[in-house]
Design a protein around this ligand. Structure first.
Ligand code: ZN
Length: 316
């Protein structure tokens, strides 16, 4: 009999689950990031600001009348292709994932994010520009706790895309936190099969994940540009793969940089739960559509306990 199966883990966890609470955390000061949006190519400035406990992560569209706010939560998700967007009324924020991933990895649970356009700055296609900004001001704990979502039963998403070969699954945690494996399989000589596993902490995110950049195939670029996307980006601003497998005007930061970037996207999309999550996640060829479907399922199966803890169970 296996000593490491899901039931055993679940039993161990159930004895401690009601005692788990993490300190809320915010930024120690305000800090800005300026850049160019990837989708519409506009100049944009975001400013991270400290927020009181219980605020959550909240975007504020400072360029719109009455400065409407949009919580970075699943309930405000909009359907977009190849990227994640949230919105409320006419206040939309596109490409939230690269900005939200470092906040989640650093345990920042409450912050305001002022933004003067409808998309985040693209930076170098990774989360590095945001991580650097947050590290310039640092973080501080708040006088309140937040309970993580703890996965008690496996949840698997396997929608009918990519001929059913893409999936994302989360199981009860093997560590006190979030552990992610991403398996990438691209029928392309430059990418091929790649995998990466990481237990997500502030230090592992800093050292192993934050710098992994967005990638695109050269043959996709003209289609994106005909849709008006990426018009101000050059091939130095992300990884552009030629058909022969080489990369235009750029060098890889890691041999499996593409898998690491997809893992980064998962961290950023999971942040839309609005609280830390503990579980072992395994993604295979999944994209934003799968990620947000998983977030939706976790959200729908969450049980809030009287002591404030949250678990996910009884998933069919
Ligand atoms: Zn991405």
């Amino acid at each position: 009999m296996s000593g490491n199966n899901v039931a055993d883990r679940s039993t161990i966890l159930s004895s401690i689950i009601d005692e788990i609470a993490l300190p809320e955390r915010t930024l120690a000061g305000a800090v800005s990031v300026r850049g160019i949006g990837f989708v519409h190519g506009q100049d944009v400035t975001v400013q991270f600001r400290p927020a009181p406990a219980g605020t959550g992560i909240v975007f504020v569209r400072t360029d719109l009348p009455n400065k409407p706010s949009v919580p970075a939560r699943f309930e405000f998700l909009l359907h977009q292709n190849r990227r994640t967007a949230i919105g409320r009324g006419n206040a939309i924020i596109e490409m939230t994932e690269h900005l939200l991933a470092p906040l989640a990895a650093l345990g920042i649970t409450s912050a305001y994010i002022d933004i003067d356009s409808d998309e985040t700055p693209a930076g170098d296609g990774s989360s590095q520009v945001y991580l650097d900004a947050i590290d310039r001001v640092g973080t501080r704990t708040l006088d309140a706790n937040i309970a993580p979502v703890i996965i008690r039963e496996p949840i698997r998403i396997n929608e009918g895309i990519d001929e059913g070969t893409a999936s994302i699954e989360i199981r009860p945690p093997s560590i006190r936190g979030l552990r992610i494996t991403y398996d990438l399989a691209y029928d392309h000589p430059g990418i091929g099969e790649q995998t990466h596993t990481e237990a997500i902490t502030a230090s592992t995110f800093r050292q192993e994940i934050a710098a992994a950049r967005t990638f695109v195939l050269e043959q996709e670029v003209s289609a994106l540009r005909s849709m008006g996307i990426g018009l101000r980006q050059t091939s130095r601003d992300l990884l552009v793969y030629r058909a022969d497998g080489s990369i235009i005007e750029n060098n890889l930061r890691y041999p499996n940089e593409c898998a690491r970037h997809k893992l980064l996207d998962v961290v950023g999309d999971l942040a839309l739960l609005g609280r830390p999550i503990w579980g072992d996640l395994h993604a295979k060829k999944s994209g934003h559509r799968h990620n947000v479907a998983l977030v939706k399922s976790i959200f729908e199966h969450s049980v809030q306990h009287p002591g404030g803890s949250v678990s996910v169970r009884n998933v069919a």
